[in-house]
Design a protein around this ligand. Structure first.
Ligand SMILES: C[S@@+](CC[C@H](N)C(=O)[O-])C[C@H]1O[C@@H](n2cnc3c(N)ncnc32)[C@H](O)[C@@H]1O
Length: 253
């Protein structure tokens, strides 16, 4: 397989076309379905919370049905000892957790990404939202999943790595190839990639967006399969992935 493959397609369609048991790890950052016409604060400015059409609020029933559909399809392509990471907020993470259980996955960890520089909110009537949850799950109870324990411990100064991770929100420099409204910070994806995969492994992201998972995968010598419905995000991903490949070539002695 090439270093990466990108599909401009609905993941419910494309996942059915991928080979069964072919993927070592999946990272999924599905729509949170929080675009509701409200307002929020970004960089001290009042802006709409609406991200895009793919993020429009839908009923709880529809949301849960969708989450179960794509998780079932992910399970088919995942190797038996493979794992899946899914990020979300309270808007979708409870549905995801339930959908994982209903589709037969076993949850390994409930990771909290603590944002070190969360934006303030405007209402001042509740606590500032400053975390996202990442659920880590394996295909079955018996599955022998991979975890790079030693590396994680080393990165944590010789102490066991906890399930609360501090990372800042994305900075502007990471968006130099184009804007994606919900792009994840690269450092967060690098932690996931090096914790749960080995060099040469294949990583899939069914909601690939600007390709952050792919950049982390290629940077750490893994292969990448990304799927996204929006052509403009696929174009941003291509630029980012080619850039990281080029940097790798120039680093080769
Ligand atoms: C939360 S964003 C992912 C952002 C990504 N993690 C990044 O760092 O750029 C969700 C993405 O899923 C895509 N999407 C929404 N519904 C989809 C579907 N049914 N199939 C594939 N992609 C979809 C959207 O276009 C959007 O780019």
């Amino acid at each position: 397989m090439n270093e990466y493959r990108l599909y401009n397609e609905d993941c419910l369609v494309q996942l059915s076309k991928l080979k069964k048991n072919s993927i070592d790890m999946i990272f999924a950052d599905p729509p949170y379905f929080l675009s509701s016409g409200g307002i929020t604060c970004v960089g001290g400015r009042m802006v709409s919370v609406d991200k895009a059409d793919w993020d429009k609020q839908i009923s709880n029933y529809e949301k849960h049905k969708f989450n179960k559909q794509w998780l079932r399809k992910c399970k088919r392509v995942l190797k038996d000892n493979g794992t899946v990471f899914i990020s979300g907020t309270y808007h979708n993470i409870y549905s995801i957790g339930r959908a994982l259980e209903e589709t037969g996955f076993t949850i390994i960890n409930n990771i909290t990404w603590r944002k070190t520089n969360p934006p303030p909110h405007l209402a001042c009537r509740y606590f500032t939202h400053s975390t996202e949850t990442i659920l880590w799950a394996k295909k079955s109870k018996k599955a022998k999943h991979y975890f790079n324990y030693d590396l994680m411990k080393k990165l944590n100064g010789g102490k066991q790595m906890k399930d609360v991770w501090d990372f800042p929100c994305i900075n502007r420099k990471e968006k130099s190839f184009g804007n994606h409204p919900t792009q994840k910070p690269l450092k967060l994806l690098e932690r996931i990639v090096i914790a749960a995969t080995k060099e040469g492994d294949t990583i899939l992201d069914p909601f690939s967006g600007s390709g952050t998972t792919g950049v982390a995968a290629i940077k750490h010598k893994r292969k990448y399969v990304g799927i996204d419905t929006e052509k403009e995000y696929i174009e941003i991903s291509k630029l980012r992935l080619e850039d990281v490949l080029l940097k790798k070539i120039s680093e080769t002695p």
